[in-house]
Ligand binder design. Structure first.
Ligand SMILES: Cc1cc2nc3c(=O)[nH]c(=O)nc-3n(C[C@H](O)[C@H](O)[C@H](O)COP(=O)(O)O)c2cc1C
Length: 436
């Protein structure tokens, strides 16, 4: 995937080596501060490494925004069981396409982040669980792993330290559910990718029933900088309790879509207008999905806000996985809700009935509605079905499907009403349909 032109507003920490000649090679990595964070970590005690990560206010970039240092501290180092490091490279949330760039252009940064985590929890094996469609990246990662091993940065007695760590790539088969951490672990173990009951959480009983640090690719990629420059330096880039930069995947109806690394807390309207070059074709902004398809939609008037976990939560949405989907004034919101639900109905793993049946009912209801066959009672029914799924499944896929649907019905009710009485989609009638 070609990397878009950088924006002058970016603060490039994780992406700073993108664009360098042969950026995926170990030589390029070493020539640009590579493995310095790990070398510093070697001189620290495990609890000091974890303290540094806590100090950075690095929060998980996979969706939920859980503090990474705190998660690492839950791993019982003294357990006699082996410990594992797992990088979640499933990247299946619609609107999200950042981890692939991190792996394509700078795979050693990910390896270094995993290695530092391994030191912190005394793990000796790690897995990169990568979605099936990213097969081309496996070659890049395997080459990087081989190169690092040949030069003493992986394998036995790393850099003469006495510490051993191996990394293996493992491919999924393209199931969204296998990005959910517990289903991922099932799949990694060779089983059907369905969620596990928690607790216990992966930190205590993860891969093969052993303590496991499981983080998103971008989360691990931030760790080398934190160890090299210090947690405080990383924290200072963002807002309180939301440290660092974040890769935002700006897509939809903007003039310059792309993946941009911006400080946490960057204003969403500025992102659309100054980084993304504004809404395309001179049109007005109607709405934004701020963090991937599972996040509640924001109306244009709600978008003047800092992009960090806490600000988005206060606005009733989520920062999620950084997938910012911009929609112009002509977008049919019923069609967007339908498009999203088609995805969730297809991707529900079928393990929990409220998710399996709920997503299927909602897809049918929204399809009928969009085609002009809906009734006024259906509007309430869509919201009711979605609400009855919330919190009733083993994993948050059910919530991920329900939350955006509830927001579309509540915030754009008039558009649902415009589809009533046998009227087909008004946007399509006006010849203004936009593929979603
Ligand atoms: C249905 C579903 C799909 C998910 N897909 C991904 C994914 O593709 N990549 C990812 O990193 N996290 C995904 N997550 C979140 C993971 O379960 C987990 O919270 C995350 O990998 C933890 O890493 P982090 O703390 O660094 O964010 C998904 C969650 C759900 C419920």
């Amino acid at each position: 995937m070609p990397y878009n032109d950088p924006s002058p507003l970016e603060v490039r920490i994780l992406t700073r080596r993108f664009g360098l000649p042969d950026s995926a090679s170990l030589d390029t990595y070493l020539a640009h501060d590579g493995f310095q964070g790990f070398e510093r970590a070697l001189k620290l005690k495990p609890e000091e490494i974890i303290e540094e990560v806590k100090l950075s206010h690095l929060r998980g970039r996979g969706g939920a925004g859980f503090p990474a240092g705190l998660k690492w501290s839950f791993v019982p180092r003294s357990s006699p069981k082996p410990k594992y490091i797992v990088a979640n490279a499933d990247e299946s949330e619609p609107g999200t396409c950042k981890d692939r760039l991190l792996m394509e252009y700078d795979p050693h940064q990910l390896l270094e982040g995993m290695l530092i985590a391994a030191l912190a929890v005394d793990a000796h094996a790690g897995y990169i669980y990568i979605r099936g469609e990213y097969r081309y990246l496996i070659e890049i990662l395997d080459r990087a792993i081989e190169e690092a091993r040949a030069r003493g940065y992986l394998g036995r007695n790393i850099l003469g330290s006495g510490f051993d760590f191996e990394v293996y790539t493992h491919t999924g088969a393209g199931a969204y559910e296998c990005g959910e951490e517990s289903a991922l672990l099932e799949s990694l173990e060779g089983k059907r990718g369905v969620p596990r009951i928690r607790p216990p959480f992966p930190a205590v009983a993860g891969a093969f029933g052993c303590p496991t640090v499981l983080n998103n690719v971008e989360t691990f990629c931030a760790v080398p900088y934190i160890l090299r420059e210090g947690g405080a330096a990383f924290a200072a880039l963002g807002t309180p309790k939301n440290g660092g930069t974040r890769l935002f995947c700006l897509s939809g109806h903007v003039n310059r879509p792309g993946v941009y690394e911006l400080p946490m807390g960057f204003n969403l309207l500025r992102m659309i207008h100054e980084v993304g070059g504004g809404v395309w074709k001179g049109k007005k902004l109607k709405a934004v999905i701020p963090g991937g398809s599972s996040c509640p939609v924001l109306k244009a008037g709600e978008c003047d806000l800092p992009m960090d976990y806490d600000s988005l939560a206060r606005a009733g949405s989520m920062l999620g996985s950084g997938g910012v989907v911009v929609m112009d004034e002509d977008t049919c919101m019923v069609k967007v809700a339908l498009r999203i639900m088609r995805f969730y109905a297809h991707e529900s793993c079928g393990w929990c009935i409220p998710c399996r049946e709920g997503t299927m009912w909602l897809r049918k209801l929204l399809q009928r509605f969009h085609d002009g066959g809906g009734t006024r009672a259906d509007i309430g029914l869509i919201g009711d079905v979605a609400k009855s799924m919330l919190g009733r499944t083993f994993c948050p896929l059910g919530d991920a499907a329900a939350m955006p649907t509830i927001s579309f019905v509540e915030k754009f009710r008039e558009e649902f009403e415009a589809h009533l009485d046998g009227r087909p989609c008004p946007c399509e009638r006006a010849g203004e349909a936009v593929a979603v």
